[in-house]
Design a protein around this ligand. Structure first.
Ligand code: GCU
Length: 393
C-alpha cells in the first residue's frame, strides 16, 4: 500500500470519512518545525510569576480565560432546576462485592434532558469511598458489553474505589449539527452563538462537573476524593474538567493527544488543522485561528496541565498511538512541572521519556507509556490506582 492509501485505511479503521484523511500526516521527529514554547509562568504583561500568590491571583485566571475563550469555549454554571432520581439499586452486584446504582441527573424541571450515572460502589467500606469518574463512548450498557475491557469494574472496586460513568452523548451528541442538540439545545436556546461559545468538549466537561455535584450528595462517596479520568477525546475532556473544576482531587488523561496533553506546536500526528476540520464541534470557533498557525497559540498544552496544579495529574501514552504524539504528551507533563514546583510539590519525577512499562509515579505529575495501541487497558488502570493510592488512602 502506498502512503496515502495507508492513511486512508488508518482513517477508515478509526471510523472517519476517508476524504478528510487524505492530507499528509507527519510522523517523523526530524520534520517537526522549529518552535518556541511560551512559558506558562510568563504573564501577558511580560512579568514572570515568582510566587503562588501571583500564579493564583494573576496568571492562572489569565491563562484560564485564554483556554476558555480561545480553545474550549465558555461553559455555563449549574442549572437551577437540576435534580436527581435513583433509578435502580442492586446491593449484590459483581458477585456481592459491590452495590450497583443508576441515577438520573435531570438538567431541567421539565426533564427534557438527563444523563444516567452508572456506579459501582464497593460493599463493606467503613465510610464514604474515593471514586473514579469518567464519561464513556458506547453508553452505560457498553461498559458491560463491547467496552467492558476498558472498564474493569471488579478490579477497581476490589481496590476500594467506586467507579462512576455516563454516556457522553447523554450530555452532548458527538456530531456537528450547529449546536442544536444536547445540552447546547437546552442551555443556549434563544442565544446567538459567539466565537467563544462552548464546544462539545466543554459540554462533556460540564457534564463531569454535574456528575460531581451529584456525587457530593451521595453518602457512599467522598466528594473530596474524586478522580476525573478519560480516554482520548474524553481524556481532553478530563483535563479541561480538572482545570475548570477545582473540586476534582486528581486528574487522569489517557492517550488524550491533540487538544489534550500533546504539545500542539510539534505538529506531529494529529494537527490543529486536522482536528478543527474533522471535529468542528469540539472546540469554540476561535480555535480555528490556530489551524496551521500554532506559533500564534497563547501558550501550549503544558499550560492546560499547569492549570490543574497543585492537584495531582497523570498523563499516559501508548507506543503505537503515534496519532496522539506520545512524546508531546510526555513533554507537556514535563513542562507543566515548574508550576507544581512553585507550590513546593514535585513535578514529573523523570526528565526524559521513560521506557514502556516503566511508570513514573513518584512526582505529583505521573506519567507512563505502555506498549500497544490507542486504548485504555487494565495496565493503565493499575497505574492510576497506584497513583491515586498515594493521595486517597
Ligand atoms: C480521533 C481524533 C482524536 C481523538 C480520538 C478518540 O482519532 O482525531 O483527537 O482523541 O479520535 O477520541 O478516540
Amino acid at each position: 500500500m502506498n502512503k496515502i492509501a495507508t492513511l486512508i485505511m488508518a482513517g477508515i479503521l478509526m471510523g472517519m470519512a476517508p476524504s478528510v484523511w487524505a492530507q499528509e500526516v507527519n510522523y517523523d521527529e526530524a520534520r517537526i518545525p522549529e518552535y518556541v514554547l511560551p512559558d506558562p509562568m510568563l504573564m501577558q504583561s511580560g512579568k514572570a510569576v515568582k510566587s503562588v500568590k501571583q500564579w493564583e491571583k494573576r496568571r492562572r485566571p489569565e491563562l484560564m480565560k485564554l483556554f476558555e475563550t480561545e480553545m474550549f469555549g465558555k461553559m455555563p454554571g449549574r442549572p437551577d432546576y437540576m435534580h436527581y432520581e435513583l433509578l435502580s439499586e442492586d446491593p449484590a452486584a459483581l458477585n456481592g462485592k459491590a452495590t450497583r446504582k443508576e441515577i438520573a441527573v435531570y438538567f431541567d424541571s421539565a426533564r427534557t434532558l438527563s444523563m444516567t450515572l452508572l456506579m459501582y460502589v464497593p460493599n463493606g467500606a467503613d465510610g464514604p469511598v474515593p471514586a473514579f469518574l469518567g464519561a464513556n463512548f458506547k453508553g452505560n450498557a457498553g461498559t458491560l458489553g463491547e467496552n467492558a475491557r476498558r472498564w474493569p469494574f471488579e478490579y477497581i472496586v476490589s481496590k476500594g474505589y467506586a467507579v462512576v460513568t455516563f454516556a457522553r452523548e447523554d450530555v452532548d451528541p458527538d456530531h456537528h449539527d450547529g449546536f442544536k442538540n444536547g445540552i447546547h439545545g437546552l442551555m443556549d436556546a434563544g442565544k446567538e452563538r459567539q466565537a467563544d461559545s462552548w464546544g462539545t468538549i466543554s459540554a462533556w466537561s460540564w457534564g463531569l462537573s454535574r456528575a460531581l455535584d451529584y456525587l457530593e450528595t451521595d453518602d457512599d462517596i467522598d466528594g473530596r476524593r474524586v478522580a476525573v479520568i478519560g480516554h482520548s477525546r474524553l481524556g481532553k475532556t478530563a483535563l479541561w474538567a480538572g482545570a475548570t473544576d477545582e473540586r476534582f482531587a486528581l486528574v487522569i488523561s489517557n492517550d488524550s493527544g491533540c487538544g489534550g496533553a500533546a504539545l500542539s506546536r510539534r505538529r506531529i500526528g494529529e494537527t490543529l488543522q486536522a482536528i478543527n476540520r474533522n471535529f468542528p464541534h469540539w472546540f469554540c470557533d476561535n480555535y480555528n485561528k490556530y489551524s496551521n498557525n500554532e506559533e500564534a497559540l497563547f501558550v501550549d498544552q503544558q499550560g492546560l496541565i499547569a492549570l490543574i496544579a497543585p492537584r495531582p495529574v497523570y498523563v499516559a501514552s501508548a507506543t503505537e498511538d503515534t496519532w496522539a504524539d506520545p512524546e508531546g504528551e510526555f513533554l507537556s507533563a514535563l513542562y507543566a512541572s515548574p508550576v507544581y514546583e512553585l507550590y513546593g510539590k514535585k513535578g514529573l519525577a523523570v526528565s526524559s521519556m521513560p521506557k514502556p512499562e516503566q511508570p513514573s509515579l513518584d512526582g505529583d505529575v505521573g506519567y507512563h507509556i505502555r506498549t500497544g495501541k490507542h486504548d485504555i487497558t487494565l495496565y493503565d488502570w493499575q497505574q492510576y490506582i497506584k497513583f491515586a493510592d498515594k493521595y486517597f488512602k
